[in-house]
Design a protein. Structure first.
Length: 179
């Protein structure tokens, strides 16, 4: 039935579409919560640094490397949270106009949902790499079967990220050829 002949159907459709479009704002509290999570990461980093100072003279080089890797891990996860919050908000809720002039991040407005997935996958691979490196620094204290599983899981992340990037490349190439 055509909307020209039934204006009530057109009104119902428009109302539903507006409601669904408004629903994207339900994501905003999730992004606010993730942003607050960054405070927890900052607190944890400061806490680790405070605990590091008195232990520093007695620490071995391997212990210091493990501590550094733990802090790097926190920073990588925090970077991932920022990337998800900003690009997710821009892609699914609303454009961010708060950045002034030189404060604009170079990647903002350029990361679509597909690119975000690839960046998240690459971040997970980087985080997994840090965990794997920490395990290898402590290899003498970790059972061989656990090390093997860590490598297998890491390789699964790597392969998944590569497949995701390849699929996105194919999809983007097909999209580009239609433009």
């Amino acid at each position: 039935m055509s909307h020209e002949r039934n204006p009530a159907a057109g009104l119902v459709e428009t109302t539903i579409e507006r409601f669904l479009f408004w629903g994207r704002w339900l994501l905003a509290p999730l992004y606010v919560g993730l942003t607050l999570l960054l405070l927890a990461f900052g607190f944890k980093l400061l806490q680790e640094l405070v605990h590091l100072v008195p232990r520093l003279p007695a620490m071995t080089e391997a212990d210091l490397v493990l501590t550094a890797l733990g802090l790097i891990d926190l920073a990588l996860v925090a970077n991932l949270v920022v990337m998800v919050v900003l690009s997710g908000y821009e892609n699914f809720v609303s454009r961010i106009e708060a950045a002034s002039g030189g404060d604009q991040l170079s990647w903002m407005g350029k990361v679509d949902a597909g690119t975000l997935k690839i960046k998240v996958a690459a971040s997970i691979v980087a985080i997994s790499s840090i965990h794997l490196l920490k395990a290898f620094v402590n290899a003498q204290e970790i059972a061989n079967d656990k090390l093997l599983w860590l490598v297998v899981i890491h390789l699964a992340f790597v392969v998944s990220a590569l497949i995701l990037a390849y699929v996105d490349k194919i999809a983007f190439a097909m999209h580009r050829s239609h433009d």
